[in-house]
Design a protein around this ligand. Sequence first.
Ligand code: M6R
Length: 597
Amino acid sequence: MCGIIGYIGSNECTGFLIDGLKKMEYRGYDSSGICVKNGSLTILKREGKISELEKSMNSSIKGNIGIAHTRWATHGEPNEKNSHPHMSTDGKIAIVHNGIIENYNSIKELLIEEGYKFVSETDSEVLAHLIDKCYNGDLEDAVTKALDNVEGTFGLAVIHEDEKKIVAARRGSPLILGVGENEMIIASDAVPIVSLTKKVVYLDDNEIAVIDENSYKVKRLTGESVDREVQEIKWNIGEIEKKGYKHFMHKEIHEQPTAMENTIRGHINEGKIKLSVDIDVEKLERVVISACGTSWHSALIAKYYIEDIVDMPVEVDYASEFRYRNTNLRENDLFVVITQSGETADTLAALRKAKSSGCKTIGLVNVVGSTIAREVDSGIYLHAGPEIGVASTKAFLCQITGLLLLALYINQEKGGTNDPKLIEELEQIPSKIDEILKHEKDIIKIAEKLTYCRNFLYLGRGLNFPVALEGALKLKEISYIHAEGYPAAEMKHGPIALIDNEMPVVFIATEGKILDKVISNMEEVKARKGRVITITDSRDNKVKKLSEDILYIPKTLENLTPFLSSIPLQLLAYHIADMKGLNVDKPRNLAKSVTVE
Ligand code: M6R
């Protein structure tokens, strides 16, 4: 939520900052702003997309030091006055902030009593005035003192008209330092940094960094200096380009065969699963998994895998619920978090809670170097590559790949025998996904018929129940069509009342123990004139007869059907949203990385 970026160096930086904001636009996109120092500070802010800011840029806005911000509104509606940067009243200090200042009301009242004038409704503006109040000729000192009074979360970058430096600080919101040649960058995300340098330093919570053109220093907010090593980003700038696709989401759907191969790479050797995870399998009694959104759907699939393959109890919880429950974690539990970004605030809080209860923690994380990746005891990197589209697609596939590997690994380490056919077939899945992608035209035809429907139901059973949830989430988040996912048999306990001749009901009806039961549910929908759309690998005539439209996926083992059944659902949601002319990669009100509660 919100992206911040700062540059200091030998080059004019406005182009870089605007470009950097565009690369982080998926973090928030309701307004944006920039402030550069060229003697004095010059500021420009605009409501709406970053393109609005870009259009308003002119030659008077230039400098070698600057900060910029793309906003996802929390406090105060999205408009120009609430957008960042925020400035001190004398215009000498400018700040960009990602996070929430929880005690901003009390700070604001005190500052108002002292004569400070506020122009916005945001929590962030208090930081500009508070730093101004603490300023006594040294920006680093002022930021440190100001933050001592602040409760809440921040990824913060601050500049002062009289100082040639950027001061940045983090608590709860990510910040990465880019170390270039005669230039330094600070940003919420590595994505805008890689065009200048692949050398980065990850800041930890409660750290402050001071950067100038040639150097950086990192300290704890309590004053101790920190010796933080420079790390190298492994992916390339090309991975964050659309490469001819209209949207990142479409590109990312098509990248899935390769992404999945990358997740598997190095983890299967002659039928054995190799993972560098620290699990005491002898003592292991229960697995507890926590995540949000799509990652939570992956967790539900993992529950089936671990219960089935390892025969061990598994609990799955929304991270936002887990963090405030009495969760009764025990020493012999394994706590697993799943996250694409590695920065989701609720998931991070759940992880910290689990760690404090003393059990081992594992992360399935996509973004290398992210906070969760650094805080888990051990984990599995997904290597899906950067996922830019707000709707998660390839990360989901790679998560369920990693989770299946984890289940197989635990079973193997406990002395169990894994089914060699399952492992062989897992390695065949990328080519089967390719097959599905080749038939995209069939999905487009169905999308054309369904574009203007107002409601959808998605139904599946067993492993394909979480796929139904995921299909519904994909549709609602990018097309703004109301969609619900249910276990197919639950339909008769309520949702069946919704069914009429305008209601598409998407069934995931794959071969397996309960296909007949799903067919009965299809009959029930048909009997009420509902429109049955089916994703299946079955050639059963009944399935065909009951379906208004049918999408065939290649045959695979029952346990692996989610890997294939989820793909047409992603494409269906994508094409419906695209046909409606919506901004697929940046759906309204959403942000890629949810770093607030
Ligand atoms: O980065 P994370 O995996 O922790 O993100 C969790 C959710 O915010 C995310 O999956 C969200 O639901 C996506 N928009 C779904 O497409």
